[in-house]
Design a protein around this ligand. Structure first.
Ligand SMILES: [Zn+2]
Length: 69
């Protein structure tokens, strides 16, 4: 039984969730709108998930996730 080759002298840390993880917003529909929510503020855009269950706002990187799968 072959074991995975250890990475030489390096410890791979779990992904450090340090800086400003973009907010995830749960929504009911695949069509959402985002205006940055005040602080960040950007022109109102409409985002369509299409066949996916999530979409990211290209302006503020906020992620919209379809509720309840
Ligand atoms: Zn946005």
């Amino acid at each position: 039984m072959a074991l995975p080759t250890p990475v030489n002298g390096q410890i791979t840390d779990a992904v450090t969730q340090a800086t400003e993880a973009p907010e995830t917003v749960e929504v009911d529909t695949t069509m959402v709108r985002c205006d940055g929510g005040g602080d960040l503020g950007h022109p109102m855009v409409y985002l369509n998930m299409g066949e996916k269950t999530w979409v990211e706002c290209p302006y503020c990187d906020r992620k919209f996730s379809l509720k309840g799968g």
